[in-house]
Write a protein that binds this ligand. Structure first.
Ligand code: ADP
Ligand code: GLC
Length: 484
């Protein structure tokens, strides 16, 4: 089976969040299942050119804005499966991956270039698997192309929702020069007077998936549907929730090259060294008897920073250290700065995107990891935390609810602490409960070991994706058999 995975970001090339972790790991996981999976992404400025192989595909003809623009495509094996990187400097040679007024144009171009590449390679995929709104264009275009383009006649599409709130909206007038204006698909983009690449993807893909079972249910409700719940309800028979896996080749305390000392469930002693190292990195006193609470996340309201802000004094009063790593909204960056200024010996911050090493060092050195998200399609850090013996404190939403089990003191079961209401008081109660059990080392170690024993590897998720692709391809071969 041939699967083309399209993504705007992927590890180890370019990353702003969990989508990159998933898009980097999925092709490898599929390859382990015997699938010929290939990744296609833009050649962003930030991509380390030493990851690219010498061979370049020249003159890929992209039909764009009324003429044919030939582009180059680089290749790489650095993701553990073949990857193709679309070199279009005009659109992608920029300091950030997103955040430009013409993002819709940039990713519409990416989608068109990806389809042009497949043709140039003469590699007919069974399924094109697009991720999030930047790939909505490809889903829509493929549906239109299948009608008259023999090459894509049998290609099916899967569209994965990693975050329904990012809808890729733009002025519908632009649909004309983006090349969607005179196809029947143009109405698929329309959402409350704007054009939305996400909505076009949701309508036109053959199958939809999202990144946890719980989120698949939540997005069908008006509360969590971000204005698209009606559409997801209408397509519920085509929607599955497949919980993301963890790439344990990259996130494993036994082998992690970034952390001060390796450790495992059999021997946790290295974690102390990681704690010391972490406190040092954030210029905090090396007091190993005080718990370290950490958060790593984009600074957006989704992640529950409003609750943390409300609790800033209460958290200081617990005597814990607090370490925060995040890039994003100025409002939350300013809050972190003022919190740090208020208690420089207790609160350590890094504002900005720090790359992989610091994220691993925090996971390894922290005692508790906070994810009080308003909503969370899957969330990866709670799963990384559990592997590193760092106990997650999460809100029971989306993938956090599916992957973290609340600790039950009576039976000694559970992997973390989970609260339900999006409310500062509920979060504080759980932080206090966690701190109470932290003060009982034997119980605490039990919670750590319960988390470390979880298997969230990609194998299970990989198999589910293969099942989904097979179902689509199977339907196609049934149709072919009837027609011929
Ligand atoms: P989301 O994709 O919504 O941001 P996830 O929990 O799925 O949330 O994934 C976040 C990923 O991005 C993790 O791998 C995390 O370590 C990483 N990350 C987030 N913010 C930063 C940052 N400022 N610096 C380095 N890594 C970060
Ligand atoms: C999105 C979601 C996050 C998820 C990630 C990977 O960024 O916000 O919850 O883990 O995608 O699927």
């Amino acid at each position: 089976m041939r699967i083309a995975i399209l993504s705007s970001e992927a590890v180890p090339f370019a990353k702003t969040g969990g989508l990159a972790d998933v898009a980097g790991a999925l092709p490898k996981a599929l390859a382990r299942q015997g699938v010929d999976a290939r990744l296609i992404l833009p050649l962003h400025q930030q991509i380390d050119r030493s990851l690219l192989s010498a061979e370049v595909i020249e003159d890929v003809p992209v039909d764009w804005r009324g003429r044919v623009s030939p582009i180059r495509v680089f290749q790489s094996e650095a993701a553990g499966a073949p990857a193709y990187l679309i070199d279009a400097g005009f659109y992608f040679d920029k300091p950030s991956i997103y955040g430009y007024a013409n993002d819709h144009e940039r990713f519409a171009f990416f989608s068109r270039a990806a389809l042009a590449l497949l043709r140039k390679l003469d590699w007919q995929p069974d399924v094109i698997h697009g991720n999030d709104w930047p790939c909505g264009f490809a889903m829509s275009e493929l549906r239109a192309r299948r009608r008259h383009d023999e090459f894509f006649r049998n290609t099916k599409t899967v569209f994965s929702i990693h975050n329904l709130a990012y809808q890729g909206t733009f002025d519908p007038k632009d649909l004309w020069w983006l090349g969607f204006g005179d196809s029947p698909e143009k109405d698929d983009f329309m959402l409350k007077g704007a054009a939305s690449a996400l909505k076009a993807g949701l309508i036109s893909a053959d199958a939809l998936s999202t990144v946890s079972r719980r989120y698949a249910e939540e997005i069908q409700t008006p509360e969590q549907g971000a204005g698209l719940d009606w559409l997801l309800r209408a397509r519920r028979d085509s929607l599955v929730g497949i919980t993301n896996g963890v790439d344990y080749e990259l996130w494993n305390p036994e082998t992690d090259p970034y952390i001060a000392a390796n450790f495992s469930a059999e021997d946790l002693s290295g974690k102390r060294e990681c704690q010391r190292d972490l406190l040092r990195r954030f210029a905090l006193p090396e007091d190993l008897d005080r718990p370290i609470i950490a958060i790593i996340s984009r600074l957006v309201s989704q992640k529950g920073y409003d609750l943390i802000r409300q609790l800033s004094n209460a958290i200081l009063q617990t005597g814990s250290f607090f370490i925060a790593l995040g890039a994003g909204a100025k409002e939350y960056a300013d809050f972190l700065q003022s919190w740090h200024d208020q208690a420089p010996r207790q609160v350590g911050i890094y504002k900005g995107y720090a790359g992989e090493p610091l994220a691993h060092q925090i996971e390894a050195g922290a005692d508790m990891f906070l994810m009080p998200s308003q909503y969370e399609p899957c969330g990866l850090n709670q799963m990384y935390s559990m592997r590193y013996g760092t106990v997650p404190i999460v809100r029971a939403t989306g993938g956090l609810d599916d992957t973290v089990e609340n600790f039950n003191a009576q039976y000694g079961t559970g992997t973390g602490f989970k609260f339900r209401e999006y409310h500062a008081g509920a979060l504080l109660d759980k932080i206090r409960e966690a701190l109470y059990f932290y003060s009982k080392p034997e119980i605490w170690q039990q919670i750590q070991l319960n988390g470390m024993a979880q298997d969230n590897s990609w194998d299970a998720a990989g198999k589910k994706y293969v099942g989904l692709y097979e179902q689509l391809v199977g339907e196609q071969s049934k149709i072919n058999a009837v027609v011929s």
